[in-house]
Design a protein around this ligand. Structure first.
Ligand code: ATP
Ligand code: MG
Length: 348
Protein backbone atom coordinates (compact mmCIF):
# COMPACT_ATOMS: atom_id res chain seq x y z
CA UNK A 1 0.00 0.00 0.00
CA UNK A 2 2.94 2.31 0.44
CA UNK A 3 2.78 3.70 -3.10
CA UNK A 4 -0.78 4.82 -2.64
CA UNK A 5 -1.71 8.15 -1.19
CA UNK A 6 -2.93 7.57 2.29
CA UNK A 7 -3.30 10.39 4.72
CA UNK A 8 -3.17 9.69 8.38
CA UNK A 9 -4.35 12.76 10.20
CA UNK A 10 -4.05 12.72 13.93
CA UNK A 11 -7.20 11.85 15.83
CA UNK A 12 -7.57 14.75 18.19
CA UNK A 13 -10.95 16.13 17.20
CA UNK A 14 -13.98 15.90 19.42
CA UNK A 15 -17.15 15.22 17.55
CA UNK A 16 -19.87 16.69 19.70
CA UNK A 17 -22.83 15.68 17.60
CA UNK A 18 -26.01 15.45 19.66
CA UNK A 19 -28.28 16.58 16.87
CA UNK A 20 -27.09 13.97 14.47
CA UNK A 21 -28.29 10.41 14.26
CA UNK A 22 -25.22 9.49 12.27
CA UNK A 23 -22.63 7.30 13.82
CA UNK A 24 -19.31 8.89 14.21
CA UNK A 25 -16.72 7.78 11.70
CA UNK A 26 -14.39 5.37 13.42
CA UNK A 27 -11.24 6.88 12.12
CA UNK A 28 -10.42 9.85 10.02
CA UNK A 29 -8.09 8.13 7.58
CA UNK A 30 -8.77 9.15 4.02
CA UNK A 31 -8.08 6.29 1.67
CA UNK A 32 -7.68 7.01 -2.03
CA UNK A 33 -5.45 6.70 -5.04
CA UNK A 34 -7.53 8.44 -7.72
CA UNK A 35 -6.26 11.59 -9.35
CA UNK A 36 -9.49 13.43 -8.60
CA UNK A 37 -9.22 12.73 -4.86
CA UNK A 38 -5.52 13.61 -4.99
CA UNK A 39 -6.43 17.05 -6.36
CA UNK A 40 -9.07 17.53 -3.71
CA UNK A 41 -6.70 16.65 -0.88
CA UNK A 42 -4.07 19.01 -2.28
CA UNK A 43 -6.62 21.79 -2.31
CA UNK A 44 -7.69 20.96 1.25
CA UNK A 45 -4.05 21.06 2.36
CA UNK A 46 -3.70 24.55 0.92
CA UNK A 47 -6.86 26.00 2.46
CA UNK A 48 -6.71 24.26 5.84
CA UNK A 49 -4.25 26.77 7.29
CA UNK A 50 -6.49 29.73 6.52
CA UNK A 51 -9.74 30.55 8.28
CA UNK A 52 -11.67 30.53 5.01
CA UNK A 53 -15.15 29.07 5.22
CA UNK A 54 -15.59 25.92 3.17
CA UNK A 55 -18.69 24.50 1.57
CA UNK A 56 -18.45 20.78 0.86
CA UNK A 57 -20.81 19.53 -1.81
CA UNK A 58 -21.41 15.92 -2.68
CA UNK A 59 -23.82 13.02 -2.73
CA UNK A 60 -24.67 11.14 0.42
CA UNK A 61 -21.86 8.97 1.76
CA UNK A 62 -19.04 10.53 -0.27
CA UNK A 63 -17.00 11.54 2.78
CA UNK A 64 -18.06 15.14 3.39
CA UNK A 65 -17.77 14.89 7.15
CA UNK A 66 -14.46 13.06 6.88
CA UNK A 67 -13.04 15.91 4.79
CA UNK A 68 -14.39 18.50 7.21
CA UNK A 69 -12.55 16.75 10.04
CA UNK A 70 -9.38 16.52 7.99
CA UNK A 71 -9.48 20.29 7.39
CA UNK A 72 -9.86 20.86 11.11
CA UNK A 73 -7.01 18.51 11.94
CA UNK A 74 -4.68 20.20 9.49
CA UNK A 75 -5.56 23.67 10.75
CA UNK A 76 -4.12 25.68 13.60
CA UNK A 77 -7.37 24.94 15.43
CA UNK A 78 -6.58 21.25 15.73
CA UNK A 79 -6.31 21.29 19.53
CA UNK A 80 -9.66 23.03 19.89
CA UNK A 81 -13.06 21.36 19.42
CA UNK A 82 -14.52 20.12 16.16
CA UNK A 83 -18.27 20.41 16.63
CA UNK A 84 -20.69 18.91 14.13
CA UNK A 85 -24.38 19.68 14.01
CA UNK A 86 -26.92 18.24 11.62
CA UNK A 87 -29.17 21.11 10.57
CA UNK A 88 -31.75 18.76 9.08
CA UNK A 89 -32.32 16.79 12.27
CA UNK A 90 -34.07 19.39 14.45
CA UNK A 91 -37.01 21.72 14.03
CA UNK A 92 -36.32 25.44 14.00
CA UNK A 93 -36.77 26.37 17.67
CA UNK A 94 -34.76 23.41 18.93
CA UNK A 95 -32.01 23.99 16.41
CA UNK A 96 -31.69 27.61 17.45
CA UNK A 97 -31.19 26.77 21.12
CA UNK A 98 -28.93 23.84 20.21
CA UNK A 99 -26.78 26.14 18.09
CA UNK A 100 -26.83 29.35 20.11
CA UNK A 101 -27.85 28.14 23.58
CA UNK A 102 -30.46 29.70 25.84
CA UNK A 103 -30.74 31.56 29.10
CA UNK A 104 -32.52 30.14 32.11
CA UNK A 105 -36.23 30.79 31.76
CA UNK A 106 -36.01 31.75 28.07
CA UNK A 107 -38.98 29.50 27.30
CA UNK A 108 -41.13 26.90 29.03
CA UNK A 109 -38.85 24.07 30.02
CA UNK A 110 -35.64 26.14 29.99
CA UNK A 111 -34.90 25.42 33.66
CA UNK A 112 -31.19 26.02 33.34
CA UNK A 113 -28.86 28.01 31.15
CA UNK A 114 -27.59 26.07 28.15
CA UNK A 115 -24.40 26.70 26.20
CA UNK A 116 -24.96 26.40 22.44
CA UNK A 117 -22.77 24.36 20.12
CA UNK A 118 -21.46 27.49 18.41
CA UNK A 119 -20.08 28.54 21.79
CA UNK A 120 -18.75 25.04 22.53
CA UNK A 121 -16.83 25.26 19.24
CA UNK A 122 -15.15 28.53 20.27
CA UNK A 123 -11.57 28.56 18.99
CA UNK A 124 -12.25 25.48 16.87
CA UNK A 125 -14.34 24.44 13.89
CA UNK A 126 -18.12 24.38 13.55
CA UNK A 127 -19.38 21.87 10.99
CA UNK A 128 -22.91 22.55 9.79
CA UNK A 129 -24.08 19.41 8.06
CA UNK A 130 -27.08 19.51 5.71
CA UNK A 131 -26.98 23.31 5.69
CA UNK A 132 -29.48 23.32 2.81
CA UNK A 133 -32.18 22.37 5.34
CA UNK A 134 -31.90 25.59 7.40
CA UNK A 135 -35.12 27.56 7.78
CA UNK A 136 -35.14 31.26 6.78
CA UNK A 137 -35.21 32.37 10.43
CA UNK A 138 -32.05 30.46 11.33
CA UNK A 139 -30.40 31.50 8.07
CA UNK A 140 -30.78 35.13 9.15
CA UNK A 141 -29.35 34.43 12.61
CA UNK A 142 -26.47 32.45 11.20
CA UNK A 143 -25.63 35.25 8.79
CA UNK A 144 -25.56 37.74 11.64
CA UNK A 145 -23.29 35.42 13.63
CA UNK A 146 -20.86 35.03 10.73
CA UNK A 147 -20.79 38.76 10.03
CA UNK A 148 -20.48 39.96 13.61
CA UNK A 149 -18.60 37.04 15.19
CA UNK A 150 -21.04 37.09 18.09
CA UNK A 151 -24.06 35.14 19.17
CA UNK A 152 -27.07 35.77 21.34
CA UNK A 153 -28.39 32.92 23.46
CA UNK A 154 -32.15 32.49 23.12
CA UNK A 155 -33.64 34.87 25.67
CA UNK A 156 -30.24 36.53 26.14
CA UNK A 157 -29.56 40.25 25.73
CA UNK A 158 -25.78 40.34 25.70
CA UNK A 159 -23.76 39.33 22.66
CA UNK A 160 -21.12 36.66 23.23
CA UNK A 161 -17.94 36.75 21.16
CA UNK A 162 -17.25 33.47 19.42
CA UNK A 163 -14.35 32.65 17.14
CA UNK A 164 -15.00 29.68 14.87
CA UNK A 165 -14.03 28.38 11.48
CA UNK A 166 -17.13 27.41 9.57
CA UNK A 167 -17.38 24.34 7.37
CA UNK A 168 -20.73 23.46 5.84
CA UNK A 169 -21.94 20.53 3.79
CA UNK A 170 -24.95 19.62 1.74
CA UNK A 171 -26.03 17.10 -0.86
CA UNK A 172 -28.42 19.64 -2.35
CA UNK A 173 -27.71 21.90 -5.28
CA UNK A 174 -27.45 25.00 -3.11
CA UNK A 175 -27.04 27.38 -6.04
CA UNK A 176 -30.40 26.38 -7.42
CA UNK A 177 -31.90 26.69 -3.92
CA UNK A 178 -30.61 30.29 -3.99
CA UNK A 179 -32.24 30.84 -7.41
CA UNK A 180 -35.51 29.42 -6.09
CA UNK A 181 -35.38 31.78 -3.10
CA UNK A 182 -35.06 28.98 -0.54
CA UNK A 183 -31.54 29.87 0.55
CA UNK A 184 -30.25 33.39 1.18
CA UNK A 185 -27.77 34.55 -1.41
CA UNK A 186 -25.76 36.64 1.08
CA UNK A 187 -25.41 33.61 3.39
CA UNK A 188 -24.47 31.42 0.43
CA UNK A 189 -21.50 33.68 -0.35
CA UNK A 190 -20.45 33.83 3.29
CA UNK A 191 -20.28 30.07 3.78
CA UNK A 192 -18.74 29.46 0.40
CA UNK A 193 -15.36 31.14 0.22
CA UNK A 194 -13.98 27.79 -0.92
CA UNK A 195 -16.07 25.04 -2.49
CA UNK A 196 -15.00 21.40 -2.33
CA UNK A 197 -16.79 18.94 -4.58
CA UNK A 198 -16.70 15.35 -3.34
CA UNK A 199 -16.64 13.07 -6.38
CA UNK A 200 -19.09 10.14 -6.22
CA UNK A 201 -17.46 6.75 -5.93
CA UNK A 202 -18.58 5.70 -9.43
CA UNK A 203 -16.29 8.44 -10.82
CA UNK A 204 -13.24 7.11 -8.99
CA UNK A 205 -13.57 3.38 -9.30
CA UNK A 206 -9.83 2.91 -8.90
CA UNK A 207 -10.35 3.74 -5.21
CA UNK A 208 -12.76 0.83 -4.69
CA UNK A 209 -10.28 -2.07 -4.21
CA UNK A 210 -8.18 0.01 -1.83
CA UNK A 211 -11.24 0.98 0.21
CA UNK A 212 -12.49 -2.62 0.29
CA UNK A 213 -9.19 -3.93 1.61
CA UNK A 214 -9.13 -1.15 4.15
CA UNK A 215 -12.68 -1.82 5.38
CA UNK A 216 -12.12 -5.59 5.48
CA UNK A 217 -8.98 -5.15 7.58
CA UNK A 218 -10.12 -2.25 9.73
CA UNK A 219 -13.96 -2.41 9.80
CA UNK A 220 -16.02 -2.70 12.98
CA UNK A 221 -15.99 -6.49 12.74
CA UNK A 222 -12.30 -6.94 12.01
CA UNK A 223 -12.09 -9.54 14.77
CA UNK A 224 -14.44 -11.69 12.67
CA UNK A 225 -12.53 -11.19 9.49
CA UNK A 226 -9.65 -13.52 10.31
CA UNK A 227 -7.56 -12.34 7.35
CA UNK A 228 -10.34 -13.02 4.86
CA UNK A 229 -9.61 -11.69 1.40
CA UNK A 230 -11.63 -10.82 -1.63
CA UNK A 231 -11.19 -13.04 -4.67
CA UNK A 232 -10.37 -11.39 -7.97
CA UNK A 233 -13.80 -12.19 -9.40
CA UNK A 234 -15.64 -10.85 -6.38
CA UNK A 235 -13.51 -7.70 -6.60
CA UNK A 236 -14.55 -7.27 -10.24
CA UNK A 237 -18.21 -7.46 -9.25
CA UNK A 238 -17.68 -4.86 -6.53
CA UNK A 239 -15.81 -2.50 -8.88
CA UNK A 240 -18.46 -2.79 -11.60
CA UNK A 241 -21.29 -1.72 -9.29
CA UNK A 242 -22.12 2.00 -9.26
CA UNK A 243 -22.46 2.50 -5.46
CA UNK A 244 -25.29 5.04 -5.32
CA UNK A 245 -24.77 5.23 -1.52
CA UNK A 246 -21.07 5.80 -2.15
CA UNK A 247 -18.45 4.95 0.47
CA UNK A 248 -20.98 4.55 3.25
CA UNK A 249 -22.72 1.82 1.22
CA UNK A 250 -19.39 0.18 0.39
CA UNK A 251 -18.41 0.22 4.04
CA UNK A 252 -21.72 -1.41 5.07
CA UNK A 253 -21.34 -4.15 2.47
CA UNK A 254 -17.77 -4.85 3.61
CA UNK A 255 -18.97 -5.13 7.20
CA UNK A 256 -21.65 -7.61 6.13
CA UNK A 257 -19.04 -9.60 4.23
CA UNK A 258 -16.85 -9.68 7.32
CA UNK A 259 -19.68 -11.25 9.27
CA UNK A 260 -21.42 -13.43 6.72
CA UNK A 261 -19.05 -14.85 4.13
CA UNK A 262 -17.99 -18.40 4.83
CA UNK A 263 -14.67 -19.37 3.28
CA UNK A 264 -11.26 -17.78 3.56
CA UNK A 265 -11.79 -16.13 0.17
CA UNK A 266 -14.79 -13.94 -0.51
CA UNK A 267 -16.36 -15.24 -3.72
CA UNK A 268 -18.81 -13.50 -6.09
CA UNK A 269 -21.65 -15.53 -4.58
CA UNK A 270 -20.94 -14.01 -1.17
CA UNK A 271 -21.58 -10.55 -2.61
CA UNK A 272 -25.19 -9.38 -2.05
CA UNK A 273 -27.55 -10.02 -4.95
CA UNK A 274 -28.42 -6.33 -5.46
CA UNK A 275 -24.76 -5.64 -6.16
CA UNK A 276 -24.23 -8.62 -8.45
CA UNK A 277 -27.40 -7.83 -10.44
CA UNK A 278 -28.24 -4.19 -9.85
CA UNK A 279 -31.39 -2.65 -11.18
CA UNK A 280 -29.45 -0.45 -13.54
CA UNK A 281 -30.58 3.09 -13.24
CA UNK A 282 -30.14 5.60 -16.02
CA UNK A 283 -28.49 8.52 -14.27
CA UNK A 284 -28.29 11.81 -16.08
CA UNK A 285 -26.47 13.90 -13.54
CA UNK A 286 -23.53 14.75 -15.72
CA UNK A 287 -21.05 13.14 -18.06
CA UNK A 288 -19.80 9.70 -17.04
CA UNK A 289 -16.65 8.67 -18.95
CA UNK A 290 -17.26 5.01 -18.15
CA UNK A 291 -20.65 4.93 -19.87
CA UNK A 292 -20.73 4.65 -23.68
CA UNK A 293 -23.58 6.05 -25.76
CA UNK A 294 -24.36 2.49 -26.84
CA UNK A 295 -24.69 1.29 -23.23
CA UNK A 296 -26.72 4.35 -22.23
CA UNK A 297 -29.12 3.83 -25.15
CA UNK A 298 -29.46 0.15 -24.33
CA UNK A 299 -30.25 0.78 -20.67
CA UNK A 300 -32.72 3.50 -21.58
CA UNK A 301 -34.56 1.34 -24.10
CA UNK A 302 -34.76 -1.62 -21.69
CA UNK A 303 -35.99 0.74 -18.97
CA UNK A 304 -38.74 1.99 -21.30
CA UNK A 305 -39.80 -1.58 -22.00
CA UNK A 306 -40.02 -2.47 -18.36
CA UNK A 307 -41.85 0.80 -17.63
CA UNK A 308 -44.50 -0.14 -20.20
CA UNK A 309 -44.66 -3.70 -18.90
CA UNK A 310 -43.03 -5.12 -22.01
CA UNK A 311 -45.46 -3.40 -24.39
CA UNK A 312 -43.20 -2.64 -27.36
CA UNK A 313 -45.65 -0.42 -29.21
CA UNK A 314 -46.08 1.92 -26.26
CA UNK A 315 -42.36 1.86 -25.48
CA UNK A 316 -41.46 2.71 -29.10
CA UNK A 317 -44.03 5.53 -29.14
CA UNK A 318 -42.68 7.02 -25.93
CA UNK A 319 -39.09 6.70 -27.15
CA UNK A 320 -40.00 8.38 -30.44
CA UNK A 321 -38.73 5.49 -32.58
CA UNK A 322 -40.55 3.06 -34.87
CA UNK A 323 -41.41 -0.40 -33.64
CA UNK A 324 -39.12 -1.75 -36.34
CA UNK A 325 -36.18 0.20 -34.93
CA UNK A 326 -37.05 -1.11 -31.48
CA UNK A 327 -37.01 -4.70 -32.77
CA UNK A 328 -33.66 -4.10 -34.46
CA UNK A 329 -32.18 -2.70 -31.27
CA UNK A 330 -33.42 -5.65 -29.23
CA UNK A 331 -31.81 -8.04 -31.73
CA UNK A 332 -28.60 -6.04 -31.50
CA UNK A 333 -28.57 -6.31 -27.69
CA UNK A 334 -29.37 -10.02 -27.78
CA UNK A 335 -32.51 -9.22 -25.77
CA UNK A 336 -35.05 -10.01 -28.45
CA UNK A 337 -36.10 -13.36 -27.03
CA UNK A 338 -36.75 -11.81 -23.65
CA UNK A 339 -39.31 -9.48 -25.16
CA UNK A 340 -40.45 -11.53 -28.20
CA UNK A 341 -44.00 -12.16 -27.11
CA UNK A 342 -45.96 -10.15 -24.68
CA UNK A 343 -49.64 -10.38 -23.99
CA UNK A 344 -49.89 -6.65 -23.52
CA UNK A 345 -48.19 -5.86 -26.81
CA UNK A 346 -51.34 -4.78 -28.49
CA UNK A 347 -52.10 -1.23 -29.61
CA UNK A 348 -55.00 0.04 -27.59
N1 ATP B 1 -11.77 8.14 1.41
C1 ATP B 1 -12.24 7.49 2.47
N2 ATP B 1 -11.44 6.62 3.13
C2 ATP B 1 -11.92 5.94 4.19
N3 ATP B 1 -13.15 6.05 4.68
C3 ATP B 1 -14.00 6.90 4.06
C4 ATP B 1 -13.59 7.66 2.93
N4 ATP B 1 -14.62 8.43 2.54
C5 ATP B 1 -15.62 8.13 3.39
N5 ATP B 1 -15.27 7.23 4.30
C6 ATP B 1 -16.13 6.65 5.37
O1 ATP B 1 -17.42 6.51 4.80
C7 ATP B 1 -18.44 6.89 5.73
C8 ATP B 1 -19.25 8.04 5.14
O2 ATP B 1 -18.46 9.22 5.13
P1 ATP B 1 -19.05 10.62 5.64
O3 ATP B 1 -19.94 10.42 6.81
O4 ATP B 1 -17.91 11.55 5.79
O5 ATP B 1 -19.91 10.97 4.35
P2 ATP B 1 -20.97 12.13 4.13
O6 ATP B 1 -20.73 12.65 2.76
O7 ATP B 1 -20.93 13.08 5.27
O8 ATP B 1 -22.31 11.28 4.14
P3 ATP B 1 -23.82 11.77 4.41
O9 ATP B 1 -24.20 12.64 3.25
O10 ATP B 1 -24.55 10.46 4.40
O11 ATP B 1 -23.82 12.47 5.71
C9 ATP B 1 -17.73 7.27 7.01
O12 ATP B 1 -17.70 6.15 7.87
C10 ATP B 1 -16.32 7.62 6.54
O13 ATP B 1 -15.35 7.39 7.55
MG1 MG C 1 -22.49 13.60 6.60
Amino acid sequence: MSSDNIILPSNKSTNVNPASAQQEAQSSQIIYKSEVMGQLIKMIDRVAASDASILILGESGTGKELIAKAVHEKSRRTNKPFVAINCGALRESLLESELFGHEKGAFTGAYTKKIGLAEVANGGTLFLDEIGELSPGIQAKLLRFIQEGEIYRVGGKDPIQVDIRLISATNRDLESEVMKGNFREDLFYRINTITAHMPPLRRRKEDIPLLINYFLEKGSHKHLNRGRQMSEDAMKVMVKYDWPGNIRELQNVCERLQILSEGHMIMPNDVPENIRNPDQKVVFDDYDPSLTLYELEKRYILKALSYFDGNKTRAANALGITIKTLYNKLHEYGEFDNFAVHSKDIVK
